[in-house]
Design a protein around this ligand. Structure first.
Ligand SMILES: [Zn+2]
Length: 83
């Protein structure tokens, strides 16, 4: 098993409801939201963030968060969609 394998594709920059800019991803395989434990189906948007308890840990793996928990506002300006 390869650590850090990509199971989602980067969509571009997005803004959260609290104004924080993050990176939006589109799921390639089903993900489990780290906040509500709901399923994030393939093709659905998600965001990622480091687990709170692991913020200081080297190499902490960002966990997926569904758009129900953290609504995203995609910002298509200035970001490529071919990445
Ligand atoms: Zn969720």
């Amino acid at each position: 098993m390869v650590s850090g394998a990509i199971k989602s594709k980067r969509v571009g920059r997005a803004t959260l409801n609290n104004g924080v800019v993050t990176t939006a991803y589109r799921a390639v395989v089903p993900h489990k939201c780290a906040q509500c434990a709901g399923t994030i189906p393939p093709s659905a948007l998600l965001s990622r963030r480091a687990p709170r308890a692991l913020l200081t840990a080297t190499g902490a793996t960002p966990v997926p968060i569904c758009v129900t928990c953290r609504p995203l506002h995609l910002d298509s300006a200035g970001s490529g969609d071919a990445d």
